[in-house]
Design a protein around this ligand. Sequence first.
Ligand SMILES: C[S@@+](CC[C@H](N)C(=O)[O-])C[C@H]1O[C@@H](n2cnc3c(N)ncnc32)[C@H](O)[C@@H]1O
Length: 180
Amino acid sequence: MSYSRYGYGSHSFIYDYIRQNRCKKIMEIGIADGENARKMVTAANENFLTEEIEYYGFDIFRWYNWDSDSQIQLVSQKLSVAGCQFKLFKGDSVKTLPKILHKLPMMDLIFIDGGHSYSTVKSDWENSKTLMHEKTAVFFHNYDFSGPNRLVNNISRDKYCVEIIDVPHDSRTAFVKQKT
Ligand SMILES: C[S@@+](CC[C@H](N)C(=O)[O-])C[C@H]1O[C@@H](n2cnc3c(N)ncnc32)[C@H](O)[C@@H]1O
């Protein structure tokens, strides 16, 4: 099974953020091959034990021509080796996330990188917002894409701090936190 990660970018600023801010409850919408999940958990592992780290991942699991089971297996294997407690949710996050929301804990970091249409990113944001505590960081990948761009530009600057991260080898990413 061959594939390319070309275009997904290298999110080293997220791993630095996880280390520096001692994040241990992490949610990712859009997992792909689980490489980013693995790296986020590895970063969290520098501060916490395996049993203290929680990862919640959402994906339709229809990556390239892989079957869902192989993709879920690959991601599960990577997360097990990295060392965390994890739960994976299969399906369109517009439907799966609101269904499970009441059972999820407040997150330290949320990475929104699933479907990039405005309606999907809006739904992901509206649901993610309810999982934010006062220090939660939400990252929106591909701020340059029209969906994330429109959504992020409409986030209230009275309530949230919004910063655009522009680094080499990655797409622009919006970083959002509650104003304190
Ligand atoms: C760009 S990739 C994610 C890359 C990953 N976050 C990383 O940094 O390596 C986008 C992923 O989102 C998933 N996806 C697309 N639309 C989705 C939706 N509506 N709900 C859940 N997952 C979705 C795709 O299956 C794909 O795996």
